[in-house]
Design a protein around this ligand. Sequence first.
Ligand code: 13P
Length: 255
Amino acid sequence: MIRKPIFAANWKMNKGPSETEDFAKSLLSKVQNRTFPCDIVIAPPFVSLTKAAEILGNVSSITLAAQNCSQFDSGAYTGEISAMMLKEFFIHYVIIGHSERRSIFGETDEVINAKIRKAREVNLKPIFCIGETLEEREGGRLEKVLRTQVSEGLKGLSERDLLDTVIAYEPVWAIGTGVTATAEQAQDTHAFVRSLVAEQFGADSAAKIRIQYGGSVKPGNAAELMACPDIDGALIGGASLEPQSFLDIIEKGAP
Ligand code: 13P
């Protein structure tokens, strides 16, 4: 298989250190001594990363992610956390450009591109989120919106940096709504996103980059979505907050 699937739990602003401890211990008891044909990533809030690392740090199939990083190196940026600081937490990935960051915190494609570059400078792997609103899809602007997000977000990356980046396609209308894209809609859009990467970086890189689907992924729909040829795993919100449900998605969705 050319692309190893990646299943990532985006906890958003849920679970402080004590709830993280409960989750991590429970997950550990379920995955210890098992191997998985996929990468498993957990993205707790910043303050819970240490606790998660303490408990899950030695599980080879599991790595940790942050949910955001600053586009700056250091200095007078109250409330921000730099990519370099995250590097000290034994984490491998950082989610960048989630639609909640774009819509609630005003992150632009330019800021997102700067964050991706900062993450790559310290060898963190970006999970770069893209996706259209319902209004954009229904208004026939799906392709234009994704084209801009992909070309601006990935601007200036080397091939190596590109291949250490994961794209997460998350239609905004499917996030936290219980409405999932059909497997056909998701596959068509993933194939389109891959074609955009091919235009920008060539067919070889496009064939290698991993593109996750996100938006109301659950144990009940994981198998159908993950069977699509251009879908390489999932970025999971609500259904990743409970260890068994997260694991069920992985078991049903992994090859
Ligand atoms: P839900 O799985 O809760 O729809 O959230 C998806 C998401 O935003 C993951 O980043």
